[in-house]
Design a protein around this ligand. Sequence first.
Ligand code: FEO
Length: 406
Amino acid sequence: MDNIKLTKDIYYIGKVDDRDVPFHRLILTKGTTYNSYFLDTEKPTVIDTVDMIYGREFVENLSKLTNLEKIKYIVVNHTEPDHSGAMAGLCIKAKNATIVCSEIAVNELKELYKLHNREFLVVKDGDTLDIGGKTLLFKMTPYLHTAETMITYCVEDKILFPCDIFSTHVATFDLFDNLAKEDITDDFIGYYNAIIAPHRNYVKILMEAIKDLDIKMIAPSHGYILTQDIDKYINIYKDMSVIDLNGKKASIVYSTMRNSTKSIANLIKTELENANMEVSLFNANKDDINEILKAIESSDVVLFGSSTRYGDMIGNIENVLKELKEKDLEGKIAGAFGSYGWSGESIEIIQEYLNDTNMNVLNTSNIIKNTGMTEVEFPIRVKFSLNEDSSKEVIKAVEYIKTVIK
Ligand code: FEO
């Protein structure tokens, strides 16, 4: 594509990929684009690049637009290779450029593109950067959709560069939404469902980050640049990220030695109730097993926890678990938790029992495979008693449960 301008000195320098694009175990049948931007200021700046297979072409095209040695900054909002893929080639030619990114991104970029000897400028939430005639403001948007993610806002032009966020997977040569031949709302929502939805509990951080920004244009890194109805698109993210589980039920069954596992059960209960779920909490050693089983059968989510003593579960919880195999519990989400001091065998034994049912059992491996999330762990294992850090881990896990309840 010829150089397309967003403003008199901000250029689109991306690549349209109109293949069936394999991506996150999906095939993007409408293709996609890798949008990169060049800000031709006194300190010329590139924001994000393109997929690695188009890296050489990208660098060649950019060299026709500007003297690459004069590039002062390369902003990397997100390190996934569909946006950082040209970094190796670009950094060789743009040898005077400083790489601007979040703290987590530094090591990823060094390792991915052998940039150990490059100069990095680490930015934090709210930092600004003068690029000579324009000011860039950076906001951290972790886990949308990976840990290092940030967004960049050009203060003078009121343009938001949010990389993956607010994108569409459409191989459009028209680029701007007002040139689209049909309504792009379905593509926008489809993208949200495919990429953002598993991480939607982090959208509130995004909303907080942009709430005071006057945004006239959103220039994402896939698909259409949004120039009209900006609030409509922001509100789609806001509305689709509200998790209200009114009408959904959970049962939590625990067996506790010194109340640590009970504390985890109570924390999980509180967090689920915050999303308006109806939660039944059972102590396997006190409550009637028939009542427990009845509640399980009418629940959308069932969670089992036990302390570990001498390498095994304690109390009566195994009596409940033994009954599950004979029941049709299809469609329910199940998980294991517990506090432990040494190895926490009981948590793994519970997991084994759950794996023997037809429930959808939460486990770290599947979560990574299905969502790319590495910050959530199942089963939930808490060493000794809950503290500030382990409480945060439990809350993260419960937030994940909320996103997968249908
Ligand atoms: Fe478009 Fe997360 O990459």
